[in-house]
Design a protein around this ligand. Structure first.
Ligand SMILES: *Cc1c(COP(=O)(O)O)cnc(C)c1O
Length: 390
């Protein structure tokens, strides 16, 4: 019996170390990691630049609090602003916290506009986190059940449906913002159409709403661009980040621009740990290595290689509904619930995830090599082929 609270149905394996896209378990067995700790280990495992930067930072300073200037925060905020086109960054420690900041900001913005009961439009099948506000924004009953009363002030619409949003606007004068993942991760790797993204931007401008994108999973290079919204060319007013930002060190960020900039002042929001020197060093190093080693290009190229490789080998199976994604955020949808594949793949030395019951999700590290991509495609092909009884 463990004293760890039973909040995860954990797989019967533990890892002792890793290198690049590979993990080694406590028995010495090697696994190709096609999940990266759920889109977190951007630079793979044991990256020498990260190890060096974090060791050095730990020898200097870990934490000083936000009662003082933190020069590394200022440097990282400048960098994120220049990569995203946003103006200001608030640092926190996780994705749900980044979204909490976005939700608070939207309400604050609404009150400033004279809306006493501000609402935020959210999407079906969205995932925004596990805190009370973010699980209320999440479009999955399983995440919410048992935790009522939910936080009010969210209106749900189908994904990729601008007409549904127009209809909400007609009846609900309290809407002040839209919160959306430009690529839904937990929901099953669904992409917002480029045209829908542009229509949404135009409509938010017309209404004076904030366009808030949850880039916790798809941000920081994973899709082949720094941010998911950059594929369509729209610029959101609020962007939340976390997962891949620190390559494994917990760090989140809420970036604001346009009409969302300049809203929060001292006392409106805060975090004890947020933006501490260790986390900032991890994020800064992650971005530096992504740039230096041209890993966005690699994500794009390897993403195509994985999708094309899988399409060639299993795309013709009638049970394979779709192989989709952008960069290294990939979904293989089967015509049936396929959670069993996780264990079968693990036995075959491949770490994957299944989300939305029937979608195999691949989120390898951004520095995955062509040789490892070949192994990934080979192993996944064998596992799915066998599972389908071919
Ligand atoms: C994982 C995830 C979150 C929640 O992040 P945590 O760090 O677990 O709080 C929020 N939004 C999206 C899109 C995510 O993928």
């Amino acid at each position: 019996m463990t004293h760890v609270m039973n909040t995860y149905a954990r797989q019967p394996v533990a890892f002792s170390h890793g290198e690049g896209s590979w993990l080694v378990d406590t028995e010495g067995k090697r696994y190709l990691d096609a999940l990266s700790g759920i889109a977190v280990n951007t630079l793979g495992h044991n990256h020498p630049d990260l190890v060096h930067a974090l060791s050095h930072q730990a020898s200097q300073l870990l934490h000083t609090s936000n009662l003082y200037r933190v020069p590394l925060q200022e440097a990282l905020a400048d960098k994120l602003a220049s990569l995203s086109g946003m103006d200001e960054v608030f640092f926190c420690n996780s994705g749900c916290e980044a979204n909490e900041a976005a939700i608070k900001l939207a309400r604050f913005y609404g009150h400033r506009q004279g809306v006493d009961n501000p609402s935020i439009i959210v999407m079906e099948h969205a995932f925004h986190g596990r805190t009370m506000a973010t699980l209320s924004a999440t479009g999955n009953r399983k995440t919410q059940a048992g935790f009522e009363p939910l936080v009010s002030g969210f209106v749900r619409v189908p994904y990729n449906d601008i007409e549904a949003i127009r209809q909400v606007a007609e009846h609900n004068k309290n809407v002040v913002a839209v919160l959306i993942e430009m690529i839904q991760g937990e929901g099953g790797i669904h992409l917002a159409d480029d045209q829908f993204q542009r229509d949404l931007r135009t409509f938010c401008d017309k209404k004076g709403w904030l366009l808030m994108t949850d880039e916790v999973q798809c941000g920081i290079g994973r899709t082949g661009k720094w941010f998911g919204f950059q594929h369509s060319g729209v610029r959101p007013d609020v962007v939340s980040l976390a997962k891949g930002l620190g390559s494994g060190v917990p760090v989140g960020a809420c970036m604001v621009g346009g009409r969302a900039a300049g809203l929060f002042g001292p006392g409106n929001h805060g975090s004890t740990f947020g933006g501490n020197p260790l986390a900032m060093r991890a994020a800064k190093t992650t971005i530096d290595v992504l740039e230096r080693d041209q890993l966005l290009e690699n994500a794009d190229k390897m993403g195509h290689a994985i999708r094309n490789g899988l399409r060639d080998r299993i795309g013709h199976f009638p049970e394979v509904v779709d192989i989709r994604g952008r960069g290294l955020m990939i979904g293989v949808e089967l015509d049936r619930p396929c959670g069993e594949l996780v264990g079968l793949a693990r036995d075959a030395g491949l770490l994957i995830n299944v989300t939305a019951d029937s979608v195999v999700r691949l989120l390898p590290s951004l520095n995955i090599t062509q040789a490892d991509v070949d192994t990934l495609v080979e192993r996944l092909t064998a596992v799915i082929t066998h599972y389908l009884g071919k």
